[in-house]
Write a protein that binds this ligand. Structure first.
Ligand SMILES: Cc1cc2nc3c(=O)[nH]c(=O)nc-3n(C[C@H](O)[C@H](O)[C@H](O)COP(=O)(O)OP(=O)(O)OC[C@H]3O[C@@H](n4cnc5c(N)ncnc54)[C@H](O)[C@@H]3O)c2cc1C
Length: 322
């Protein structure tokens, strides 16, 4: 037996996936599944936790905690988890999750694994899978000491879970960990793009000869109602597109319905970020480029000829004006 298996996410909308991943371990360990909510809680937050199937919500209702930084968040999660004797604590592999989870593990003096998928309880402990060595290999790890602490790779799948009426448990908490003081909030100059939510992505790579040529990919993105993405050299080295459009190991992880890779070779560091896309189309002059093996439809050809023709046909089919 164990206490509740706990999920914490700074964004309650992500909690359904965390709670779904806790369900099977909870059945084996014999605990309930619960979320931790830090700071003021709105009815929409409770609805999100209920829709995700939480049995309880541990509510640390202290104003300003969410902005107080990872050390304080970790302290709050540690308090809930230790007082309830939790066997497993799950956070999303977001920036906040990756900052907070190892601090919780450090407080428990236990192990931690980041960016995992498919946690499974076995006789040896908690088995997880995660990509290693730049995404070229997948490692299986076994966490042996409880509480098991992980960050989970979020796939933005809505699990099919019967809703619950979670019990709300108030948690008294006074932080002692060093707090961050929020001095100023500076908005990024450009409007940030949410590639993770895009249904269609047209990704451009070094097959483009100059910055101005990206316009032909923009036109395809416009016709398909998609967003423009890119390989790392396009944003990092050449600065042709902003950093928030870069996809891959060191960029965004995306899984749109349609991913059109144009002049992208498909090195493993790029593939890691897009190979979960539902349908992949690759346009490349090299039939042996690694992206061609990954693609559902591989078009061997010069992007300067293929793209305008493809955009024009789609315009005709969809009845859109140039
Ligand atoms: C630690 C680390 C992290 C990294 N992280 C990332 C990451 O997150 N994302 C990422 O993308 N990369 C990442 N990289 C870089 C990665 O290894 C590759 O260098 C990069 O993905 C290659 O980008 P590319 O496909 O645009 O360019 P290239 O590999 O140069 O490929 C260009 C492709 O365009 C094709 N081509 C050329 N002309 C035409 C034409 N006229 N028509 C059609 N096709 C044409 C070529 O055949 C070729 O396949 C990382 C590297 C390291 C070391």
């Amino acid at each position: 037996m164990t206490g509740p298996l706990l999920a914490y996410s700074e964004n309650p909308d992500l909690s359904a996936e965390l709670l779904a991943a806790l369900r099977e371990p909870a059945r084996k360990l014999g605990g309930t599944i619960a979320t931790i909510h830090i700071g003021p809680m709105q009815p929409a937050d409770i609805e999100a936790y209920a829709a995700g199937g939480a049995d309880e919500i541990y509510h640390v209702d202290v104003h300003g905690l969410r902005e107080a930084g990872p050390a304080v968040l970790a302290e709050a999660i540690f308090k809930v988890a230790s007082e309830t004797d939790s066997g497993l604590i799950l956070l999303p592999a977001t920036k906040t999750g990756r900052e907070v989870a190892p601090r919780v593990a450090q407080r428990f003096q236990t192990g931690y694994a980041s960016e995992c998928v498919d946690p499974e309880l076995t006789e040896d402990g908690l088995t997880v899978r995660r990509l290693v060595l730049g995404g070229a290999y997948e490692a299986r790890l076994v966490l042996k000491k409880r509480p098991y602490i992980l960050t989970l790779r979020i796939r933005r799948q809505k699990p099919d879970t019967p809703p619950t009426s979670p019990k709300i448990v108030k948690v008294e908490f006074e932080p002692t960990a060093p707090r961050l003081e929020l001095v100023e909030v500076v908005k990024p100059e450009a409007e940030r793009v949410e590639l993770e939510r895009a249904e269609v992505i047209v990704a451009v790579g070094r097959g483009f000869k100059k910055k101005e040529d990206i316009k032909i990919a923009e036109e395809l993105a416009e016709v398909t109602g998609g967003e423009l993405g890119c390989s790392r050299p396009i944003s990092g080295d050449l600065k042709w597109l902003p950093e928030d459009r870069h996809i891959g190991l060191s960029g965004k992880r995306v899984r749109p319905n349609l991913y059109i890779a144009v002049g992208v070779s498909g090195q493993v560091q790029h593939l890691v970020g897009m190979r979960d896309s539902r349908t992949i189309i690759a346009i490349n002059t090299d039939p042996n480029a690694p992206i061609m093996k990954e693609a559902d439809y591989a078009i061997v050809g010069d992007l300067y000829k293929v793209l305008p023709a493809l955009t024009a046909s789609l315009r005709r089919l969809l009845g859109k004006q140039a």
